[in-house]
Design a protein around this ligand. Structure first.
Ligand code: AHM
Ligand code: MG
Length: 355
């Protein structure tokens, strides 16, 4: 992979004689200035999300020291054991969005119902859906985790002070922005507003996200596949055939492919986005609808993948076109480099030929 072109991220600084990176806020304001009638509300919303991410990042870095490692003992709406950091991240994002005032409704993996924020009539035109801490069972073993967010506008005609909870149930094509934060060996915030994908690395010495990966694109083909192969015997035949094909020896087509599976979707997705690859979470016996949630995991990542030149489907249908029925509904997911996802679809459809 060629390294990202950083020239657009830097502005020359005659005083220091060094290159400076744009901060997330500078970048957001610059983007806002491109729209003459912009009120700045969306920029403030993104700033609020960035702030919550920094707080979560801070607490995560010391999780084992400040009593926030391990589980709360509770089971969340998904029937999954809730980690203390899940609950903390949920609280921090809700607090930042409530105080910021630009969001009227939040849907979170950690809360059964959407949460109305009772904003005033002239504020709060946005809906934010989020997985506050994805892959949280990895925290206790110091493995990368993430936050995923998806932003919609409250449709016209709805009362911002009392938005109906189903206003959150919009197809992914309606997202106005989506992003994730990966808390890894460094912390990065990556987002799109439908005009490409930009990535910002947190500089912990100044507490700012700096534009480090402008206009990110993903390779059309990759050599990495990410799937929990422990469920191999409950996969459908077409998928098993695809996995077998990936592992055949054929240097001309770059096979065998490499398997990489962190078990933290944000981290697996982020690596594959940069290096090229496919992430798959299909239907399994344990999760017949797949495991990942459409509204705050699959949709935002599908928006980013497509904006970076990749592809995201449930094996048959484009993720962003799926009609949501419930906030926490699950979907099978095949996402990543376009040619790899297309080939997976072909195998699933029973066509073993090259696309
Ligand atoms: P979570 O949102 O409760 O953390 O669950 C989602 C996570 C993903 O991050 C990860 O890819 C997947 O679950 C791992 O599941 P499995 O252990 O079944 O492979
Ligand atoms: Mg998750």
């Amino acid at each position: 992979m060629s390294p990202p072109d950083l020239s657009a991220a830097r502005s020359s600084s005659p005083e220091s004689g060094e290159d400076d990176f744009k901060t997330l806020e500078q970048f957001i304001i610059e983007q806002q200035d491109r729209f003459p009638h912009s009120t700045g509300a969306f920029s403030r919303l993104l700033r609020d999300i960035g702030l919550a991410a920094k707080i979560v990042n801070r607490d995560m870095r010391q999780a084992g020291l400040i009593g926030v490692a391990g589980s709360t003992g509770a089971v969340n709406v998904q029937g999954e054991v809730q980690q203390k950091m899940d609950a903390l991240a949920h609280r921090e994002f809700v607090r930042a969005l409530r105080l910021g005032g630009e969001c009227c409704l939040i849907g979170s993996e950690e809360h059964a119902e959407a949460i109305p924020l009772n904003t005033s009539t002239d504020e709060g035109q946005y809906i934010v859906l989020l997985d506050p801490l994805d892959g949280s069972s990895n925290i206790d073993v110091c493995v990368s985790v993430g936050t995923i967010f998806s932003i919609y506008r409250l449709p016209d005609g709805y009362d911002r002070t009392e938005p109906p909870l189903d206003a959150a149930l919009q197809p992914g094509t309606q997202q106005v922005a989506a992003g994730y934060v990966v808390y890894g060996s460094s912390t990065m915030l990556v987002y799109t507003t439908g005009n490409g994908v930009n990535g910002f690395t947190l500089d912990p010495t100044i507490g700012e996200f700096l534009l480090s990966h402008p206009q990110l694109t993903t390779p059309e083909r990759g050599r990495i596949f990410s799937i929990n192969a422990g469920y191999y015997h409950s996969f459908e035949d077409g998928l098993c055939n695809y996995l077998d094909w990936l592992q055949e020896h054929d240097p001309e087509t770059g096979r065998p492919a490499k398997t990489r599976y962190i078990g933290s979707f944000v981290s697996d997705f982020h690596r594959n986005l940069l290096k090229g690859g496919i992430y798959m979470y299909p239907a399994t016996q344990g999760n017949p609808e797949g495991k990942l949630r459409l509204m705050y995991e699959a949709n935002p990542m599908a928006f980013i993948a497509e904006q970076a030149g990749g592809r995201a489907t449930d094996g048959q249908m484009r993720i962003l076109k799926k009609t949501p029925d419930t906030l926490h509904q699950r979907t099978p997911l095949f996402i990543g480099s376009e040619q790899m996802v297309r080939r997976a679809e072909a195998f699933l459809a029973g066509e073993h030929s090259v696309v």
